[in-house]
Structure formats: structure tokens, C-alpha cells
Design a binder for this molecule. Sequence first.
Ligand code: GDP
Ligand code: IMO
Ligand code: MG
Length: 436
Amino acid sequence: MPATAIVGLQWGDEGKGKVIDRLAEEAGHVARYAGGNNAGHTVWVGEERYVLHLIPGGILHEGKVNLIGRGVVVDLHALEEEMAGLEARGVAVRERLRVDGRVHLIFPFHRELDAMAEVWRGSGRIGTTGRGIGPTYADKVARTGIRLADVLDEESFAVRFEALLAEKAAIAEKVYGRRLEDPARIAEEVRAAAERLRPLVVDGGALLQHADAAGERILFEGAQGSMLDLDGGTYPYVTSSWTGTWGIFGGTGFPPHRLERAFAVAKAYCTRVGEGPFPTEEHGPLGERLREQGNEYGATTGRPRRCGWFDTVQARYAARANGLQGVVITNLDVLSGFARLPVAVAYRLPDGRVVEDWPAELGCSALEAVEPVYEELPGWDEDLTAARRLADLPAAARAYVDFLAERLGVPIVSLSVGPGREQMFDTDPAVPWTWS
Ligand code: GDP
Ligand code: IMO
Ligand code: MG
């Protein structure tokens, strides 16, 4: 059975949680491969809202195996809180969750250093989620990081933790002039939390390979978005992991040739939380209106999201890099009532050239300065939230979707017109993208 990936096409918060929930119902295994609790994936089950940060979206479905893959960074305290929150709502978390022993751990000092580094950056701040993501991946790459398996190995933890703590304390004090919060307490708490998780610890790569060999359906859950990818995104205003499909293999141990299908989720417009280039950002009242109509406030930090128009230059770049078979468009309902809908089809660069392809060769300041060239499409007034098939949409909405598909160069396989599970339908039954 083909393994399938769902990734974010834009700057995160595209509605991946909802789409993953839909596919998870048919999958046997759901695996996260990148990021940490910087993610916030919203799933509505009837009137109940769930926001998942670290735990894969299959957790809400009975009988699924949910893997936190080795490429994820894990804050044990946050993980236990998330598990407890779900358990309190009747979810059998421990039956359904597995964690790769090789995940790197986020310690309290990583969060503190994340905040200190942001202050240090001043006007160049990234606008991180403050969850310690960057400092933890930095330690992983520097080979000073500590994995869950290392905590469970008493000898290696004692030596490695002391060395790491000494280094962090020195950096906090000598660079930032700050003292770290009660470092002595941390070791014991981490050890106890790791022990509680021990029964769930696995080799995630082997788990997925066996499942694949047994014909199980495997779903990879992307976090963040393609433009927040460490290498493919708007560096340095990115997160510290590989968010695109290419992150799956390093981040789980699943072999590349066994991934058969990849789909991305994109909003019918664009949003971004945090700093960095966003060519189609709408600063005026129209941006404010998108934010209000789309309720664009972060699922993790509650920050207002920056809003703007759909950007085909950005989206085509990301679609090609991810090797997509199709795109799911969410939040189409949010666009109701706008008389005209600008869509970026090209950029005018600071040197005057007009390009249709993402100018990846530009430095960050030049990228901040590109001006989008828009094509304006007619809007519609109808409320779309009750639409359940393509034919229910007004002609202008269908024309809008067709225009995006043509510019993206990949089919739009499904449309979402509201947060609910039922508010989603496939565009063309002849293009299968789910398993059933
Ligand atoms: P993720 O990080 O990609 O999973 O997305 P988030 O959960 O951070 O943000 C998406 C938000 O949009 C959530 O509040 C969803 O409930 C909501 N949502 C998802 N699909 C739709 C849709 O089609 N229309 C509307 N209006 N909201 C949606
Ligand atoms: P989901 O999975 C939107 C952004 C932050 C910041 C940058 C770096 O819900 O789509 P970090 O804390 O990762 O070092 O912050 O990345 N960011 C996200 N934006 N959705 C997310 O996840 C994000 N995860 C990180 O706002 O700009
Ligand atoms: Mg989110």
C-alpha cells in the first residue's frame, strides 16, 4: 500500500491537522518527522476542538500507531502535558503512541536560550515560537545534544548532561549576562519523565519498515510549511528542520523509494506567523479582514497571523520541490465577500526584472523587497460553508480554484470550506488521493 505524505505548502498553519485527520482514518500508521511543539495542528471532532503539538494526528483514531520520528525534537514536559490532556478526554494515548529513542530532547535551558537569542537579534529577530526548537537542533548538529535513549542510558546521561549544562550556563552568563533557571532540578525531572516513557520507546525506522513490508498504510505528517524549511525556505526566517518531503527519510528512517505519494495543503490565501519575507502580505484593511474572517490567530502562541494573497510563484516553487501529486486547498470559505481576489503570478525584483519563478538566488533583504505582480480574479458573495461538492460552489469560486491549479501545475484534489470534518470534498473522483 502506498505510503503518503502530507506537508504544508506555504508558511505553516495551512490546515494540515484537518487533512491529516481525514487520511488518518484510513491509515495504519501516522508519523511525525520534523519540528517539535512549535507546531499546532487543529482538529475538530464535532463540537470538540483538539490542538496537537507533538503527537501525530492519528492519535484521535482507534487502532492507529502514531510515531514521533527521530527527526522530531521533544520537550518531555510538553509531551507529557499533551498526553495527559488527551487522556483526560478519553483518548487511549499510551496504546497508540510510540517515540523513537533517537529524538533529541528540548531542555528548559533551550527554551531560555531561544528567548535570549531573540532579544540578542533585536530587529533581526526571527519571531520564533519560543519553544527551544532552534537551540536544540543546533546542539544536535554540534553533536552535543542528548537523545531520549541517552537519558535512559544512565551512564551516558550523567556525563553528557553535565557537559551540556556547563556549556549552556557559560553561554547564558558570559554572552547574555543571565543565569539559567534551577539547572540541578532538571536532570532528575528529565530522568523520571523518560522512565515513564520507556515502554513507548522504539526504533521508528524499523517500525515503519516492518509496517510497510506488512502492507500497512503509512501517513507522514508534515509540520510547519515548505517556506519555513531550513534549506528550502526564506532563510534565516525559517525553522531549524527539514519540513518538506525530503525531511521524511532522515527524520524517520523510512527509505525514500517507498514513499509513493505526496500531497500538500495550502490555504486559498496566505498567512505567516513571525518575521521574514512575505511578498503578498496585505498590510491594509484587506489584510485585517482576511485575519478576522479566517480567525487567523496562532494555534500554538495565539499570535495574530500576517495575512495576504495566494502566491503562485511561491506555491509552484514549493510544489515542485516536494514532488507533489496534488494539493488540498483549505479556507476557501474565508474569501467570500471580497469583490476582487488578487493572486501573485510573478515578482518584480529590486533590479527591475520580472520573474515567474521563485528567486531563490536572492539574499534575504532583496527577497523582502520584491513586488508581486498580481492578476485579479472576480470574487463571490455566497457563503461556501455548506458546499459539499464542486457543483455547489459559485462559478467565480470554481474559476478561482481552476486558476490556482493551472498556475501550480498540479491538480487540486480536495477543497475545504470550514474547519469541520464534513466541510471538505474532493474535486475530481477520477484523481484518487485517499486510500479508499
Ligand atoms: P496546521 O498547523 O496546518 O494544522 O493548521 P492550524 O491548525 O494551525 O490552523 C488552521 C486553522 O484553520 C484551524 O483553526 C482550523 O480549524 C482552521 N481550518 C481548517 N480548514 C479550514 C477551512 O477550510 N475553513 C476555515 N474557515 N477554517 C479552516
Ligand atoms: P504548524 O505545524 C506556523 C515559525 C515561527 C517562526 C519560525 C521559527 O502549526 O504549521 P521556531 O520556533 O520553529 O524556531 O520558529 O517558524 N513556525 C511556524 N509558523 N506554523 C507552524 O507550525 C510553525 N512552526 C514554526 O512562527 O516564524
Ligand atoms: Mg498550526
